[in-house]
Design a protein around this ligand. Structure first.
Ligand code: GLC
Ligand code: GLC
Length: 638
């Protein structure tokens, strides 16, 4: 590498800041991370362009670094010393829309005790930024990264909330929507007005020649909203829009876009967040003739963004939102790239097993796909604000005799309730008539059967739905990683169909699983004798158990065959320490597992099921029995 350029850039930046407190720290971090950063940028932009852009980038990093307050700097040092903080069993997450759970930021601050009391230590606030009126894709079309959506409050309110959360030991997770901006962002407005520099911030085309070539290999993300991936604007030019027409993809082949976005990223980091969720990160690099997803340069750029954080705001980590094939998901998960990652495979397979009552695909896939980098963590979730896509691997399915294409059709039918005998009540999402592709929306409780059971007043079905809801959550709480609850699921909230009456939302079925968490819903969970009360307390019980045993934190996970296709099993173990064998019955009938499964707990002679508190021998010759949808957490100490 050309060290002369590196030193010159460092010296330039430092000569402007040398009298400021903390400049030694900055200099030392630059020395440590700048070579990696420069190499990555050279990999993307070539040596000459990367080197030419370096001084401006270092200025942006310096600006971010020096804008950080003392509290955040102290956190930086603390997290450098304890990089595995996200592995703790104390970590329990929830994702919320501020306006749907509390009206605004001040209201949410007042509601923090509710989350703290439930045990939440990681709170993801869905996009809060200034966005177009009407449809803004739930806030994922950002018009200004440095301004709040005025109906939620001000930047000052957010800083205040961040400080209040920190005092409660709660991490703040914010979205970093860096694949696109809204068409109302100042950059997009300038581009619309013909400004050449800002037109270059996006992918703009004068005609469809190249677009047609690109579209031969692109996947359509929202085909029922608009076909293709491009939008024509008033002056006749076309702009790349992977998602909605008002979400303009940023042009990272322009190094100035990378630098500008680093500036926005550090601004967000300095508000006081702990995790930045990298929205739609798979799409940030376009390469003719490919799907333009998961490209090598996308990885280089994410690593480069990560290096920038290590220099200017090292307490912050990235969470990957790659809802793609599992072979690709795993590529984003490492301390060089994203310390945290959604685990869409586990999510999809939980629902797959729920529909089929068979755990073979989950066992087969996760037995070799669950392992992630030892310094990174999965974020395990069952529902979120988006749809469910069936991202399992077709070869994994083929090995156990399942045809992936047909199986997806079945799953869509099952979860939209079209399949005879289904307990589920969801909605189809983004059906593509060209390839039959479709995804599913719905609240966790409705997909798990509660809505239908309540409509039919069927007490047995209500009870089964309750067991399913608890069982699903038991897995995300114990399998290894950060469990992430979704707003309202702790209250067993059902689908919310009110979006159908809102012209800005009616076309987007994901709103069915974005319910307003109302006072009556909260009240039901406090009312003895309700299913909501039993769910809330059952979840709380499991959250408390998770937090009480380190084996749910930084420990090894291994998925095992049980010999019974309805029962899913995994072992959590600390070397030379505690173990927990988790057994999960995915059927409504009693199931038995061969006693040999308990050998995983040897040499311990007794194990205690943490959930029920019952102790059992591990060397008995009797089969282990699980009642409908029952979960056992069999714990041993050495
Ligand atoms: C992410 C978000 C989703 C949004 C998309 C575009 O996938 O989770 O809600 O539509 O990105 O920003
Ligand atoms: C696709 C994308 C994902 C996005 C989702 C939104 O699954 O891969 O990034 O969140 O669509 O519906």
């Amino acid at each position: 590498m050309n060290t002369a350029v590196t030193h010159e850039a460092i010296d330039n930046a430092l000569s402007r800041v040398k009298r400021k407190a903390g400049s030694n720290v900055f200099k030392q971090r630059l020395a440590e991370h700048l070579p990696t950063l420069l190499n990555l940028l050279r990999g993307v932009y070539g040596e000459e362009r990367a080197d030419a852009h370096l001084p401006a980038l270092v200025d942006t990093l310096a600006e971010g670094f020096f804008a950080r307050n003392d509290t955040l700097r102290a956190k930086d040092e603390q997290r450098i010393a304890h990089p595995q903080w996200h592995k703790s069993q104390e970590m329990v997450g929830m994702a919320v829309y501020v306006d749907l759970v509390a009206d605004d930021l001040q209201g949410l601050k007042a509601k923090l005790p509710y989350y703290a009391d439930l045990g939440i230590t990681y709170l993801h606030l869905m996009p809060l930024y200034k966005a177009p009126e009407g449809d803004s894709d739930g806030g994922y079309a950002v018009s200004d990264y440095r301004a709040m959506n005025p109906s939620l409050g001000t930047m000052e309110d957010l800083r205040d909330l961040a400080a209040a959360m920190d005092a409660l030991g709660m991490s703040l997770v914010m979205d970093f929507v860096f694949n696109h901006t809204s068409d109302e962002h100042a950059w997009a407005m300038a581009a619309k007005n013909g400004d050449a520099m800002f037109s270059d911030y996006y992918y703009m085309f004068n005609d469809r020649v190249q677009i047609d070539q690109y579209e031969r290999t692109l996947r359509e993300i929202f085909p029922s909203v608009r076909r293709g991936s491009f939008t024509q604007i008033e002056d006749g030019r076309w702009v790349w829009t992977t998602f909605n027409s008002f979400q303009w993809d940023l042009n990272y082949s322009n190094p100035e876009v990378f630098r500008a976005i680093v500036g926005e990223m550090l601004f967000l980091a300095n508000v006081g967040c702990d995790v930045l969720r990298l929205d739609a990160l798979a799409f940030i690099w376009k390469e003719m003739g490919t799907t333009c997803e998961n490209q090598p340069n996308a990885h280089r750029l994410i690593q480069a963004f990560n290096s920038c954080l290590r220099i200017a705001a090292p307490s912050v980590v990235f969470k990957s939102e790659a809802i793609v094939h599992p072979d690709e998901v795993i590529q984003y998960v490492s301390p060089e790239e994203c310390h945290l990652s959604y685990n869409p495979l586990l999510m999809a397979l939980i629902w797959e097993s729920l529909a089929t009552r068979e755990t073979r695909l989950m066992t087969k896939s996760l037995s070799y796909r669950f392992h992630a980098h030892s310094h990174a963590s999965w974020v395990n979730y069952a529902r979120c604000h988006d749809d469910i896509g069936w991202t399992f691997d077709d070869r994994d399915a083929a090995v156990i005799g399942i045809n992936g294409y047909d199986h997806r059709l079945f799953l869509n039918k099952f979860f939209t309730g079209e399949f005879d005998g289904s307990f589920s009540k969801g909605m189809g999402f983004q059906y593509n008539p060209d390839n039959g592709d479709c995804r599913v929306c719905g609240s966790l409780a409705s997909l798990a059967g509660l809505e239908r059971a309540l409509e039919n007043g069927d007490l047995h079905q209500i009870w089964l739905a309750e067991q399913r809801i608890l069982m699903i959550h038991s897995i995300i709480l114990s399998i290894g990683g950060v469990p992430l609850f979704y707003q309202g699921d702790e209250l067993a909230m059902l689908n919310d169909y009110s979006f159908l009456e809102d012209s800005h939302k009616a076309h987007d079925a994901r709103w069915v699983n974005r319910p307003r968490v109302t006072a009556p819903a909260l009240q039901l969970a406090q009312t003895q004798g309700t299913v909501q009360h039993r769910v809330f307390n059952g979840l709380r019980h499991m959250i408390n158990l998770r937090k009480s045993y380190d084996v749910f934190g930084d420990a090894r996970s291994q998925v095992y065959e049980t010999g019974n296709n309805h029962v899913f099993a995994y072992l959590r173990a600390i070397s030379g320490g505690d173990k927990v064998l988790c057994l999960v019955n995915f059927s409504e009938y009693d199931q038995w597992v061969e006693p040999s499964i308990l050998e995983k707990l040897s040499p311990a002679k007794f194990a205690k099921d943490l959930i029920s508190g019952v102790t059992m021998g591990t060397q008995s010759h009797a089969h282990v029995q699980l009642k409908s949808y029952q979960v056992l957490w069999l714990h041993t100490t050495p």
